[in-house]
Design a protein around this ligand. Structure first.
Ligand SMILES: NC(=O)c1ccc[n+]([C@@H]2O[C@H](COP(=O)([O-])OP(=O)(O)OC[C@H]3O[C@@H](n4cnc5c(N)ncnc54)[C@H](O)[C@@H]3O)[C@@H](O)[C@H]2O)c1
Length: 275
């Protein structure tokens, strides 16, 4: 897909990877960039900056909680009516929990609602338009945790695996009907999610913080590097986007030597837990 002249939408656009995608799409010559976030002030700040840097692109901020299916459909319908189409939609909003299986049900539910149902709602809203038009591009942000695991975060690992499974299902079901799907699976990226500047609740010795330190030790990319990997994949329609290429080796090891991979991950988990 050529981003020149495209109408692009990014959820979780107020921060981190989403904000970098917005910047990059405008730099690639997108006609419209819609910065979508539950945090409207943050989205408006990103939109103002991207719009100032790229006056030829129409950049707007929209508030949306991606767990709200009706609101997602209303937003997509309004954007299609207003801009003629949505060419590329990045379902990128996501949350980590820093919890284990003993997390309260509402934490599990919230992770499911944001990390999986956010993608489901987007697909349901977009598919009628894209199937009628015979064209559309969906990028979902999962994580390397969706191919491997996230030590210290059970809801994140489980929901990101579900996000990868959903993206594959969508690609298989609609790929020959003009709908292209890519699934973004980075390891550590320098964003508020990983560096704890989000809600400020992580303390240096809690499980979430230790898990984050483990991810950071594996090598952290800048959000702009991740956005570049997405643009390269979108250009060719590649499904799996791995900004950390070594993840492909880890995934292959997991698939072909699962017992050995699990044993290695147990050792890593023990180190993280200080055992
Ligand atoms: N940072 C990493 O190391 C890393 C690694 C792999 C995958 N990811 C994934 O990348 C995506 C972006 O994460 P990030 O690191 O940029 O995090 P971030 O915290 O910087 O940004 C996430 C954005 O999503 C928004 N958001 C959260 N819940 C929302 C909701 N219900 N509705 C709408 N917006 C909502 C937040 O307000 C925030 O602006 C997530 O899906 C995350 O799981 C991040």
């Amino acid at each position: 897909m050529d981003l020149q002249g495209a109408v692009t939408v990014v959820t979780g656009g107020a921060s981190g990877i989403g904000a970098a995608l917005c910047r990059r799409f405008a730099a690639e010559g997108a006609r419209v960039v819609v910065v979508v976030d539950v945090d409207l002030d943050g989205a408006a700040q990103v939109a103002a900056q991207v719009g100032a840097d790229h006056p030829a692109t129409t950049v707007v901020a929209e508030q949306l909680d991606v767990t709200d299916g009706d609101a997602t459909t209303a937003l997509v319908d309004r954007l299609v009516a207003g801009h003629g189409a949505v060419d590329l939609f990045c379902a990128n909003a996501g949350i980590a929990t820093g919890t284990g299986v003993d997390a309260p049900p509402q934490v599990w539910q919230r992770a499911w609602d944001v990390n999986v149902m956010g993608h489901v709602h987007a697909a349901r809203a977009l598919l009628p338009h894209w199937l009628a038009r015979g064209q559309g591009y969906l990028v979902t942000t999962a994580s390397a945790a969706g191919l491997l695991t996230m030590v210290g975060d059970a809801p994140y690992s489980a929901t990101k695996h579900a996000a990868v499974g959903l993206a594959e299902w969508l690609s298989i079901t609609y790929g020959d009907r003009g709908v292209t799907v890519s699934c973004l699976c980075p390891q550590g990226v320098r964003t508020p999610m990983l560096f704890g500047t989000g809600d400020g609740t992580a303390s240096p010795d809690d499980g979430a913080s230790l898990a984050a330190e483990t991810v950071k030790a594996q090598g952290v990319l800048e959000p702009d590097e991740v956005a570049a990997a997405v643009v390269a994949a979108v250009r060719t329609g590649q499904f799996l986007v791995l900004p950390h290429p070594e993840v492909a080796d880890y995934e292959a090891a997991r698939a072909t030597q699962r017992e050995r991979w699990l044993a290695g991950m147990r050792r890593l988990a023990a180190r993280v837990a200080g055992r």
